[in-house]
Design a protein around this ligand. Structure first.
Ligand code: UT7
Length: 339
């Protein structure tokens, strides 16, 4: 059994927060690298060697982010052994909401039949799920709510420029969900470390459609409603931020990398994950990787990976799990959990 310090333990008025159920959902349609070769000037060899991605899932035209979120949420509720009317708060982390407003969380609340739940969206791009876990955990820790549902859900295919080979090969659609509750005599979420740097906002952005640049014929013509990214700079910042967040989380809890059973990094690029693993001194087999099958699903990425790691038996009760993320904003974060 790993030994650790629980930074939350010296605040006796707070209770511990555990993830008591996880679930995920990806659309059926598979888009392979060979399919992309027919859309833009690229090759399977380039995509695989530069990113590790072999295929990604693409939602149907009539399938929105909320549809993916509802499927993942229902699976998480089942895994936690609870019904929707027990949920008191729903947080959906997404950068691809169904619409500007109302929030996707409200649409999910209605579809689930979560009659008692408050609901809101949280936007921290690819870091959204860990940000949302942190926010949600405080509601449970402070006895405000007993049961909170956190969902990371994205239809990235709706904001990807399918004529831009620099970005369209990287992203996919999907959703993952977790139920947060107090589990007596368990430590659960030990710590979360979040960070941001809006000075580098332009590295990865979708400029059109907000109040700074409302939708117009001009904004559409200039393709401002699509995601754009400076890949190289984003890559460097991702590695640095994920390494720093990992060290901070582990140091706070007095845990060594070797004691972490499963590391779940944001699934953007296999090379980023390997670089982070090398710099923190982790073995490749400590990493959970599914970027080859789903590409970068933004806020859904670590949520889907967590569900798959649990269902594959890579994580069992008592294990230490580290989630570490990075995304537009810039934003980043790490969460250390005793499962
Ligand atoms: O989730 C949020 C965080 N996002 C990320 O973490 C993504 C971070 N960035 C990356 O993963 C990588 O930078 C990329 C995968 C996006 C790119 O890899 P890279 O090794 O940094 O490639 P590059 O940008 O240096 O591009 C090299 C070449 C360029 O050609 P020239 O200018 O050298 O002639 C690109 O035009 O590769 C070209 N290229 C492609 N070639 C074939 C770019 N995309 C493609 C493509 N197929 N799909």
């Amino acid at each position: 059994m790993p030994t650790f310090r629980n930074p939350r333990a010296n605040r006796p008025h707070l209770r511990s927060v555990s993830i008591t159920g996880v679930g995920s959902y990806v659309p059926e349609r598979v888009l392979t690298n060979a399919d992309l070769e027919k859309i833009v000037e690229t090759t399977d060899e380039w995509i695989t060697s530069r990113t590790g991605i072999r295929e990604r899932r693409i939602a149907r035209d009539n399938e929105a982010t909320s549809d993916l979120a509802v499927m993942a949420a229902q699976r998480a509720l089942t895994a936690a052994g609870i019904t929707a009317d027990q949920v008191e708060l729903i947080i959906v982390a997404t950068i691809t909401p169904d619409m500007q407003f109302p929030s996707t969380a409200c649409l999910v609340q209605h579809r689930l039949g979560a009659h008692r739940a408050a609901a809101f969206d949280l936007e921290a791009a690819c870091s959204g799920f860990v940000y949302a876990l942190d926010v949600a955990s405080h509601f449970v820790a402070s006895h405000t709510y007993n049961t909170v549902l956190v969902i990371g859900a994205e239809k990235m295919s709706s904001v990807v420029d399918w004529t831009d080979r620099n970005t369209c090969v990287l992203f996919g659609d999907g959703a993952g969900a977790a139920v947060l509750q107090n589990r007596p005599n368990a430590h659960g979420l030990l710590t979360t470390c979040l960070g941001s740097d809006g000075g580098k906002a332009s590295l990865l952005e979708l400029p059109g459609g907000g109040s700074a640049c409302p939708a117009s014929v001009d904004s559409v013509t200039k393709r401002l409603h699509f995601l754009r990214m400076d890949g190289k700079e984003t890559f460097k910042n991702a590695v640095n931020a994920m390494v720093a967040a990992t060290h901070e989380a582990l140091n706070r809890c007095g845990v060594t990398v070797a004691e972490v059973k499963c590391i779940i990094p944001h699934q953007a690029n296999h090379r980023i994950m390997s670089a982070v693993a090398e710099r923190i001194g982790a073995r490749e087999d400590q990493l959970f990787v599914n970027v080859d099958r789903y590409g970068n699903t933004s806020a859904a990425s670590v949520a889907i990976a967590l569900d798959e790691a649990v269902s594959q038996g890579r994580i069992v009760r008592g294990d230490l799990v580290l989630m570490v993320v990075f995304g537009a904003g810039l934003t980043w974060g790490a969460a250390l959990i005793e499962w």
